[in-house]
Design a protein around this ligand. Structure first.
Ligand code: GDP
Ligand code: MG
Length: 300
């Protein structure tokens, strides 16, 4: 801790953007560990994830917002609320957009939200690797800057860039003098159970492709460390229909086995202990619209 150092700067940065623009990828690269869930399907980051970047002179607490979008059901409402409150509380917002896609309704909706708060906004144009001709970036940038004043504009590739000093420097400009809020070795505030659940859900989405929609939730029912330091986790994958249950289990259980194998490897890498993952699949009809189910699954 460095509370006595007057020069130390620290604060909160919210990463905001349409689903799939690369928020989780960017935060993971900034922080250097795989904590935020990444998927090539939209809206996979349901819970607010907090990741911490610590340097000798500054600390940035990055909030991965679940994505601002128009809510269609109760889970959507929860996600919008989480994103809204993140915006009010932070020192700076990083508005992430996709350089390879035209500005859409989702971007407009977010810009309206950003305009309504006093928080300074950095425009981060992501996925520039998809635009071989850099001149083509100018009209993309202009389509945003014409509509709003940004504190800075930073083109980047969360996937391919070697460093993110440009973005970190811009964020640092908005951090007030402050203490190190978190110890340097801490990269996320997410309880380990939640992170384990997110790892499982990520693998389900990854392996089942479009066959299973987002009506998948994962609950870790039990997680304990055995006397030899091995970790035991029992998790339930909830789906909305019998047919989805069949897909996730797969022929002779092959799909579920593969989900378990990949998720276990990630959890072991994260926790540093040998892990046993006991996976179950259950049908819970219409869980997305039931407030009580949402609470039970931790989306409160
Ligand atoms: P989020 O929904 O905003 O959190 O987006 P994710 O971080 O989950 O990323 C969505 C998809 O975009 C994933 O498949 C990423 O690998 C991909 N992606 C993220 N950043 C980049 C980038 O800079 N370039 C390219 N080509 N793909 C990216
Ligand atoms: Mg995400």
């Amino acid at each position: 801790m460095q509370e006595n150092n007057a020069q130390y700067k620290s604060g909160f940065a919210a990463f905001i953007g349409r689903p799939n623009v690369g928020k989780s990828t960017l935060i993971n690269r900034l922080v250097g560990e795989k904590i935020s869930i990444i998927s090539d399907k939209p809206q996979t980051t349901r819970n607010r994830i907090m990741c911490v970047l610590t340097r000798p002179d500054l600390q940035i607490v990055c909030l991965d917002t679940p994505g601002i979008h128009k809510p269609q059901h109760k889970l959507g409402e929860y996600m919008v609320k989480a994103a809204d409150s993140a915006l009010q509380e932070v020192d700076v917002a990083v508005f992430l957009v996709d350089a390879s896609e035209k500005k859409g309704g989702g971007d407009e909706y977010i810009m309206k939200k950003l305009a309504a708060v006093k928080t300074p906004v950095i425009l981060a144009i992501n996925k520039v690797d998809k635009i071989p001709d850099k001149k083509a970036l100018l009209p993309v940038i202009k389509s945003y800057t014409d509509e709003m004043d940004f504190a800075a504009v930073v083109p980047l590739s969360a996937l391919n860039d070697d460093d993110f000093e440009g973005l970190i420097g811009e964020i640092a400009k908005h951090l007030p003098p402050g203490p190190q809020y978190f110890p340097p070795d801490m990269v996320t505030d997410q309880p380990e159970r939640l992170v384990a659940a997110e790892m499982v859900r990520e693998k389900v989405l990854l392996l089942t492709r479009d066959e299973v929609p987002h009506s998948v939730a994962v609950e870790v029912e039990e997680m304990k460390t055995r006397s030899n330091q091995d970790i035991y986790i029992r998790a339930v994958i909830y789906v909305e229909r019998e047919s989805q249950k069949g897909i996730i289990i797969g022929a002779k259980g092959a799909m579920l086995k593969e989900v378990g194998r990949l998720a276990r490897a990630d959890i072991e890498a994260l926790l540093g202990n040998k892990t046993y993952l006991d996976l179950w699949v259950k049908v819970k009809e219409g869980w997305r619209d039931k407030a009580s189910s949402l609470r039970q699954l931790g989306y409160d």
